[in-house]
Ligand binder design. Structure first.
Ligand code: 5GP
Length: 206
């Protein structure tokens, strides 16, 4: 499980989506949210958009692996698709905030890698939020004031990437993913492989 967090506007969504697009066995966890869709967002692609009563019912059904209130809206990670992906041997990427990151890591401490994306400067962060032009000025101000709070959580993460250049930041994220994927403990097939290796002779295989 690869958790990617950042303040809104630091580029986490583009980086995450590219990593998922480039890796067939890495699935993106699609969250449920009570916030309304932004222009261009599609039901089931960015989020599953639900109303508050439905969200509360899902909490009551224990349907979320984790959920949190962010920017006055609720966001939650549906449990079932994550479990199904992991059972298929896929990895799962979560684009969630620091509260979700902490919760998922507490539930599966050995199977979670947390990456935090930082903007190169607060000026860049504001510019990116404004360029997105999907949120009102008041919403942008609220997101900026939350950004400092989120950035303060950087110490809870295993890796931190400064996104001053998309291609560099993406290469770093991909390196982290590949290295963590290659860890001995994450490759259960290695035990039988080595056992077989040690039982082999050195003659050329038929
Ligand atoms: P946005 O409204 O900009 O799409 O997302 C706001 C924040 O909520 C982002 O930091 C995003 O990562 C976080 N978020 C999205 N989905 C979830 C979720 O399922 N759980 C948690 N804890 N945070 C989420």
């Amino acid at each position: 499980m690869l958790v990617v967090s950042s303040p809104s506007g630091a580029g986490k969504t583009s980086l995450s989506r590219r990593l998922v697009a480039d890796h067939a066995d890495l699935d993106l966890s699609i969250s449920c949210t009570t916030r309304g869709p932004r222009p261009g967002e599609q039901e089931g692609r960015e989020y599953v958009f639900v109303d508050r009563p439905r969200f509360d019912a899902m909490i009551a059904e224990d349907a979320f692996l984790e959920w949190a209130e962010v920017h006055d809206n609720c966001y939650g990670t549906p449990r079932a698709p994550v479990m199904a992906a992991l059972e298929r041997g896929h990895d799962v990427l979560f684009d969630i905030d620091w509260q979700g990151a902490a919760s998922v890591a507490a539930q599966s401490p050995d199977d979670v890698v947390r990456v935090f994306i930082l903007p190169p400067s607060m000026y860049h962060l504001r510019r990116r939020l404004e360029a997105r032009a999907q949120d009102s000025a008041a919403v942008i101000e609220r997101r900026l004031s939350r950004a400092a709070e989120e950035i303060a959580k950087w110490g809870q993460y295993d890796y931190v990437i400064v996104n001053d250049d998309f291609d560099h930041a993406y290469a770093e994220l991909a390196h982290i993913y590949h290295a963590e994927r290659s860890r001995r403990v994450r490759n259960a097939w290695l035990g039988p492989f080595v056992e077989d290796l040690l039982g082999q002779g050195t003659e050329e295989p038929a």
